[in-house]
Design a protein. Sequence first.
Length: 225
Amino acid sequence: MPFELQDLTGTFSVTDIVVALCLSFVLSAAIGWVYRATHRNVSYSQSYVQTLVILGMLIALIMLVVGSNIARAFALVGALSVVRFRNAIKETRDVGFIFLVMGVGMAAGTRFYLLAIVATVTICLVIFVMYRFSWFQLNVQRQVVKVQVPPDGSYTAAIQDALIRHTTEFELVSMESIRGGALTELMYTVRLKKGTEPGSLITALGEVNSGQRVTVLTGYDQTDL
């Protein structure tokens, strides 16, 4: 039975490879800079941005390999399905950037070069406009208050009195036993009164919880924890 090696490189030229990979690199890098410039939260990851660039080039390479061969496409899907990603995406916006570089990589890999360029420029402009003018921002800032109290005794009423004096609204979110039952932690979402500083709320709560720990997390709507 004759055995022959078949080189399928001739289905695309060296120019196609260079243009697809270079274009996907440039456009993915541009998307990475846009992500960096419009990132608001504290958990910025250089590794994530570098992964965006690598992902865009990999998708372009995969599209070159697949071409118009359906059997090859299913084979690649089966091979890639064994990969499992354990990193949790903290922000929904990050998922959008992943799909953006994937779409750009697909367009570059299938040699829709103009589509890749126009789509990247248009979507990046939309992202900048939404960032600059804070589209869909909810101008209601709430805080998370964590209060630790001894398990014996009624502290809830005193804590609620302090919250009533310093907040316009509050809601008990959770009650949890910590340190092996030595303390109880109460978690509230609150909205401070105008002109009230978080420090004054901490002082008021510290006076009624027997000196246990009080934590106020401000701006948690915009900051990932």
